[in-house]
Design a protein around this ligand. Structure first.
Ligand code: COA
Length: 437
């Protein structure tokens, strides 16, 4: 047997199987060869929450969770954050290489061309209640784009895909800004295509009566860096949704909306909002030890801590800490930073967190920066969704063009009743298990 196969002995039958390895992994379909007899379906794997299952081959993002490494298309995240703009990185994620000056100019022009949203989409947004959560508005409005661009359904045409990608990347900041202004009751500000991507976003968020919005370059750059850090993160929950929904050949607006819905959960992109709520609840440094005890006794989680993949440190968290300093020099220090730093210090010395390899993740500090810049916590996940749209689209495109991919359809282990007959209503007894907490 070479190094590219494993030998398995089935303890039930004593039969031996030699299963070839594919890039160091066993193809799950190979396991079906393991049977107890001709009528046996064959062996499956059981992996709730995909703890140990590769669902695709991908050339986009590399993470080494033990060593705290994150690379897009081979480039370390630290170098990209230092030297590139967000749209440069978006081009890289989608096309595999950093753009030349001419390629970047064309790409920025294409994205900028699509910053406006249809007036009917604007009216759609106006229909939300004044207190609607911005993330729910964002998800719904991205889905509503599918009503404006029916051509997007032709997902197998590369030119059609390229156009929808430009549309989505161009429009998500506009939708996000309109959600924000809607929740404040302010009139919407149309895009200013003379401004760069994040500058225009700030213009749509914060311009009031002035003729031209004056962008603070430090804050615009900080936002650009935050967008770079959030652009992709390989097969996370929302990206898995993008691939799963996209695998049915649903159009990219609907698939992106589904991914954004997955991002909204507090265990995923919603965590940064939860971090701020948690810091508010803690209130002051002296309350931290009591809060840590609550976490350790399982009453709550330390939001912004822990990661499925990073078990050493999250490299994005270090860059965010540095970015926070730049922002605070402009807008003043967010007092919550002191509570967060102390919380981090105490947690990192505590046996509970050390043993479970729980470190601050990207969400621990991002919310503090966003709040210092003037955003309400409800907007934080929307700010995450804007750049992650690029990652979703890059992964979607890779999935569609991968000849091995088919409609995503996992198996299950059925644990319900055997076949039984329907009893007339008059003879039924109440015994239904209604889930509750
Ligand atoms: N606070 C306290 N304990 C935590 C924790 C946290 N933030 N995250 C994980 N743990 C504990 C779990 O309770 C578990 O303890 P146990 O072994 O005693 O049961 C152990 O650490 C392993 O956690 P598990 O839930 O199996 O990890 P996971 O890989 O399934 O979950 C997260 C990863 C990110 C969902 C999880 O760490 C979490 O909920 N973090 C807070 C939310 C967050 O910040 N999300 C943003 C991610 S970028």
């Amino acid at each position: 047997m070479g190094n590219d196969a494993i030998r398995i002995t089935d303890a039930r039958t004593d039969a031996q199987y030699e299963l070839p390895l594919f890039k160091g992994a066993v193809r799950a379909m190979e396991l079906r060869k393991i049977k107890t007899g001709p009528d046996d379906f064959g062996m499956m794997t059981y992996d709730p929450a995909f703890l140990n299952t590769a669902s695709c081959q991908s050339a986009i993002t590399f993470i080494d969770g033990d060593r705290g490494i994150l690379r897009y298309r081979g480039y370390p995240i630290e170098q990209l954050a230092q030297h590139c703009t967000y749209l440069e990185v978006a081009y890289l994620l989608l096309n595999g290489e950093l753009p030349t000056a001419a390629e970047l100019k064309e790409w920025v022009g294409a994205v900028t061309y699509h910053t406006m949203i249809h007036e009917t989409t604007k009216k759609f947004l106006e229909g939300f209640r004044y207190d609607a959560h911005p993330m729910a508005m964002f998800v719904s409005t991205v889905a509503a784009l599918a009503t404006v661009y029916p051509d997007a359904r032709n997902v197998l045409d590369g030119n059609v895909r390229a156009l929808q990608i430009q549309r989505l990347i161009g429009k998500v900041p506009t939708i996000a800004a309109y959600c924000y202004r809607h929740s404040l009751g302010y009139p919407y500000v149309y895009p200013d295509n003379d401004l760069a991507y994040t500058e225009n976003f700030m213009n749509m968020l914060w311009r009031m009566m002035e003729r031209r919005y004056q962008v603070n370059p430090v804050l615009a750059r900080a936002l650009d860096v935050l967008f770079i850090l959030h652009a992709d993160h390989e097969q996370n929950c929302s990206t898995n949704v993008m691939r799963a929904v996209g695998s049915s050949q649903a159009d990219p607006f609907l698939s992106t909306a589904a991914s954004a819905a997955a991002l909204s959960g507090p265990l995923h992109g919603g965590a940064n909002e939860e971090v701020l709520k948690m810091l508010d609840e803690i209130g002051s440094k002296q309350n931290i030890p009591a809060y840590i005890e609550k976490v350790k006794s399982g009453q709550c989680k330390l939001m912004g801590f822990g990661h499925r993949v990073y078990k050493n440190f999250d490299p994005r968290a270090s860059i965010i800490k540095w970015t926070a300093e730049q922002v605070f020099e402009v807008v003043g220090r967010n007092p919550k930073l002191d509570i967060a730093l102390e919380l981090e210090r105490i947690a990192l010395e505590d046996e509970y967190f050390i043993k479970r390899k729980l470190y601050p993740n990207v969400d621990f500090y991002s919310g503090i920066i966003y709040q210092a810049m003037g955003f309400k916590p409800e907007m934080f996940t929307v700010l995450f969704a804007i750049p992650r749209t690029v990652g979703w689209l890059a992964q979607w495109q890779e999935m569609i063009t991968d000849p091995e991919q088919k409609i995503a359809r996992p198996r299950q282990i059925y644990v319900g009743h055997e076949a039984r007959d329907v009893v007339p209503m008059s003879k039924r007894t109440s015994g239904a298990l209604i889930p509750s907490d």
